[in-house]
Design a protein around this ligand. Structure first.
Ligand code: ADP
Length: 264
């Protein structure tokens, strides 16, 4: 609480009354502490690859100067670290853009099936590299008001997670189904499901996965090139579309992420 005290005086009289105001500032404090945590997290996430890159530069200037194979190895690692910083900055920009437009609902009508098929084209090479087969189960078309680029981002983040944390070699299933009346949306909806048969997620983590930088296993996420922002971005996009996001997982069996979006 923030407390302020003021004396209430009337003309010709001394102080008769005192006004005490108690203001509940818990929300402001919580917001301030979240902002501080966020800045600390971003700084840490950037500092890790930056430290690695400056270490590689020092090695290249010194001991590895005349060692061609070592030089190639270090340059490869530097490329990996700078790619990670790039992804992190792009994800941060996406988040900040999303926060700026969260109240504006998309109006353009897009065909989800077309968007999914197109996105699969860019995701398949990454799946192939990891020996993951993507199986789709889609209707002929699925019209809905949506922001096309943001839907591409949702599909990309979910499928990339299913590839990263699923079984390798293995299968990822992406399906889209019509729901006549979704109880929370209170109307017709399209339900997108991305399922993997990986290690799964323990129940105590599930409700925290959409927090920025929350990871079940930070080292594993980093090793796979993750930024810890993918699901936070998905959640923002789903909210902007007035949809729902659900994560269902069984440890040892796999994970299914369900995104339900209001149909046109
Ligand atoms: P990241 O960049 O770390 O993948 P995300 O926000 O996309 O960040 O995911 C947050 C965390 O949720 C991941 O670090 C991982 O621990 C967990 N996670 C996400 N998707 C899956 C999945 N399909 N299977 C198991 N764990 C997952």
């Amino acid at each position: 609480f923030e407390v302020s005290i003021s004396a209430l005086t009337e003309a010709g009289e001394g102080t008769r009354h005192v006004l005490l105001v108690f203001r509940d500032v818990s929300d402001a404090h919580a917001g301030e502490s979240m902002r501080r945590d966020f800045v600390a997290n971003v700084s840490h996430e950037l500092k890790t690859p930056l430290t690695a890159v400056s270490g590689f530069i020092e090695t290249l200037q010194g001991p590895a100067r005349n060692d061609a194979p070592a030089r190639d190895r270090f340059l490869g690692m530097m490329a990996q670290e700078t790619a990670r910083m790039n992804r992190l900055v792009s994800d941060l920009l996406s988040l900040s853009r999303l926060e700026g437009q969260s109240r504006r609902r998309p109006t353009e009508v897009v065909d989800l099936v077309g968007v999914i098929s197109e996105t699969m084209g860019t995701l398949r090479p990454g799946a192939d590299t990891n020996e993951v087969q993507i199986v789709t189960d889609l209707p002929d078309s699925a019209a809905m008001p949506a922001d096309r680029d943001q839907i591409i981002q949702v599909i990309t983040n979910l499928v990339e997670n299913a590839i990263k944390y699923g079984r390798q070699p293995g299968v990822v299933t992406l399906s889209l189904a019509h729901v006549a009346r979704e109880p929370v949306i209170k109307g017709p909806a399209w339900q997108l499901s991305v399922r993997d048969a990986g290690a799964g997620i323990a129940p105590e983590h599930i409700h925290r996965l959409t927090e920025r930088f929350y990871r079940v296993d930070t080292d594993r996420s980093r090793a796979k090139g993750g930024t810890g922002l993918g699901l936070a971005i998905v959640k923002h996009i789903v909210n902007r579309h007035r949809g729902r996001l659900r994560i269902e997982s069984v440890v040892g069996q796999g994970t299914e992420v369900l995104v339900t979006l209001p149909a046109a």
